[in-house]
Design a protein around this ligand. Structure first.
Ligand code: NI
Length: 184
């Protein structure tokens, strides 16, 4: 099942998401649907708030990011906790399925250690680096109501303002299904 992706301006993207309850039965199908929704939109990561669900869940597939398929991972992260971030900070031009047609340079640490559950409730503690770490950091931010545009500053941010208002109204060209918060 493919969900519409929630657009910039929706309050669900600004909420701190709640842990996903352990006794829920539909976790595997939710994860499956999140992957399906992400692939349909050609994304490399998708967080539950982006489909209107304020849960601490995100999925990533960094094997789709080009350079080197062997370093990428396809994975679901349930109730994750980033334990540490380290290494040199580096800049990459990020985008977000909730903010179509907007890109901006974001500085993030190169590596991280994260504890999380997979969709079968197995617990993992793992280190990630490079593009995989970056995608995780971006998606993890979504669980805390943080968007990559929050890191942009000065002129770049000013220039974006009108564009972001337009996105919230649905005035944007996008080739996947979205849900816009503001009625036109
Ligand atoms: Ni995003």
């Amino acid at each position: 099942m493919i969900y519409p992706i929630v657009a910039y301006g929706d309050s669900v993207l600004r909420k701190e998401a709640e842990d996903y309850p352990r006794d829920s039965e539909d976790l595997t199908s939710l994860v499956e649907n999140m992957f399906e929704t992400m692939y349909k939109a050609n994304g490399v990561g998708l967080a539950a708030p982006q489909i209107g669900k304020s849960h601490r869940i995100f999925v990533i597939d960094s094997t789709r990011m080009g350079d080197d398929e062997t370093t990428g991972v396809k994975r679901a992260f349930i109730n994750p906790e980033i334990l540490d971030e380290y290494g040199d900070e580096w800049t990459f031009e990020e985008g977000c399925l909730s903010i179509p047609d907007v890109h901006g340079d974001v500085l993030r640490p190169e590596k991280l250690t994260i504890r999380y559950f997979d969709e079968l409730w197995n617990e993992h503690e793992e280190e990630f680096d490079d593009m995989t770490a970056r995608v995780i950091q971006h998606e993890y931010d979504h669980l805390d109501g943080v968007l990559f545009t929050d890191y942009l500053k000065g002129l770049k941010k000013q220039m974006l303002r009108a564009k972001l208002v337009n996105i919230s109204k649905g005035i944007v060209k996008v080739d996947y299904r979205m849900r816009f918060p503001v009625k036109r």
